[in-house]
Design a protein around this ligand. Structure first.
Ligand code: ADP
Ligand code: MG
Length: 463
């Protein structure tokens, strides 16, 4: 018996045990005992659970009377929302129940069989886990993202081809994969293929060498969507460009989607045939710029979570402030995680700065400079052109409240004063008020450009 089988049975046994507690014995015996778990699939919202019932009568009763009840039990066991469907089916493992009686633990090693979009994606040449869900958007990539979403939701019809270009590490490959993922999510058996310009080239060259050009052609021309990453690679290779031209035409003419990426726009790819340039330009060309600070923070948050560490916002900002590209950030995160795991040390701002090769005073931090709270108060009051008394006072006017919160934030983060001290300095406030103010600014920083600019501007006057 395979593991998935054992686990399914174990899971169902556990669910039935839980159900039994809330049911009368006759009800349990009539409606629940004659059921089994057919399949459990991972879906976006949680799990899709198919329950087999011994008869249509059992099925109907469970559907009408016990659906919510079962949903609750499954949810509490799996900690995820569960969609349930009932089918009439006999239990193939009825006789084996005894064998698994001793198999424990139940949920610990539950290998849920997934309807594996991931597996299918990999078989289509996609890179695992590059989806829209973990793709952050800001002004530098918004156009490309919107175009990619449109294509993903309406392949062959929105923009064809979609041509995405930009520098290294700006997310072209990620975005292209996300389109592929979305197509597979809505149609798991869609025939799509993602390859690099280099792989396409190798395929064609091999086809010519082995006299299998026709079958190579067929492989590409039957696709519903073709993604070629780094298409610039085919430039200057005559036979390959020729093949690509015909493949491209065949696909686009039959309504299949083509998505291409490159490090530059078609017009600037040297030695790219004119007819290909004009074909590429007939669709939509979008570019992605280097990520701005805001986007770098968002990407760092996504990547650090994926790598299993939880970084504080101040750490994220320090990294974002000292790196330029997503690749650089990923490389740094990997290094940071390794260091931390190997040395077992705590991640502090100064440690991160040191790893980034930035002595603290070069950074925008003002920790090393001896500043008095009075100086900070004066500079902030000047910066916002408000009186000191308003800054420190009780007015709830927005134009005073925000500067006051920024003041508390800087006194806390950069001067390292205690909450009590800050409370005393800023209009004799309670330490919880200070804490809320500091937290509020911390939360605003990643989402609000103005706040960031204000704080940076103030810090410049303090340096
Ligand atoms: P490119 O193909 O443009 O060189 P990639 O798509 O390979 O860049 O991106 C490099 C890395 O940065 C990948 O790990 C990718 O997931 C990540 N990345 C880039 N942009 C984003 C984004 N907007 N959101 C999340 N991750 C991103
Ligand atoms: Mg790439």
């Amino acid at each position: 018996m395979d593991i998935a089988q054992i686990d399914k049975q174990s899971l169902w046994k556990e669910i039935l045990e839980r159900a039994k507690v809330s049911l009368t014995l006759p009800n349990y015996n009539t409606w629940f005992a004659p059921t089994h778990l057919i399949s459990i699939l991972k879906i976006e919202s949680g799990y899709f659970v198919e329950i087999g019932c011994s008869s249509s009568f059992v099925k109907k009763t469970l559907e009408t009377r016990y659906l919510g009840f079962l949903q609750e039990i499954l949810q509490s066991a799996l900690h995820k929302h569960c969609e349930i469907e009932f089918s009439v089916a006999s239990d193939p493992n009825k006789t084996n129940i005894k064998e698994i009686e001793s198999s424990t633990p139940l949920f610990a090693n539950l290998a849920v069989k997934t309807l594996s979009v991931d597996e299918k994606a990999i078989s289509c040449g996609l890179r695992k886990g590059y989806t829209f869900t973990n793709f952050a958007v800001s002004s530098s990539n918004q156009m490309a993202w919107a175009a990619a979403e449109a294509v993903a939701n309406n392949p062959g019809n929105a923009y064809n081809p979609l041509f995405i270009w930009g520098g290294v590490g700006v997310g072209k490959t990620h975005l292209m994969n996300a389109i592929g993922y979305t197509i597979l999510e809505s149609q798991i058996d869609a025939s799509i293929l993602l390859c690099t310009g280099e792989q396409f080239t190798n395929d064609i060259v091999e086809g010519i060498r082995n006299k299998t050009t026709q079958s190579v052609r067929n492989k590409y021309r039957k696709l519903k969507a073709l993604f070629v990453d780094d298409i610039q690679f085919i430039a200057g290779k005559d036979a390959v460009q020729e093949e690509f031209f015909h493949t491209f035409n065949a696909l686009v003419n039959s309504g299949s989607q083509v998505v291409l990426t490159s490090d530059r726009p078609p017009s600037e790819i040297a030695k790219l045939e004119e007819r290909l340039k004009s074909r590429f330009e007939a669709g939509l060309i979008v570019d992605i710029a280097q990520p701005d600070f805001e986007l770098r923070c968002a990407i760092l948050q996504i990547k650090s979570k994926e790598k299993g560490i939880d970084l504080d916002m101040d750490i994220i900002q320090i990294i974002a402030g000292n790196t330029n590209s997503a690749r650089q950030m990923e490389g740094f995160l990997t290094r940071l995680i390794t260091e931390v795991r190997v040395k077992g040390i705590e991640i502090t701002p100064s440690y991160v700065l040191e790893m980034l090769g930035k002595p603290q005073k070069e950074n925008n931090q003002i920790k090393n400079i001896k500043l008095t709270p009075d100086e900070v108060i004066s500079k902030i009051a000047n910066y916002f052109s408000i009186g000191k008394r308003s800054l420190l006072g009780n007015s709830r006017q927005k134009s005073f409240v925000l500067p006051r919160q920024i003041l508390m934030y800087i006194l806390r983060i950069d001067l390292g004063l205690s909450l009590q001290e800050i409370g005393k300095i800023v209009g004799d406030r309670d330490h919880t008020t200070v804490m809320h103010a500091v937290d509020k600014i911390k939360q605003m920083i990643p989402n609000n450009v103005n706040i960031r600019e204000d704080i940076e501007g103030i810090k410049k006057t303090l340096l």
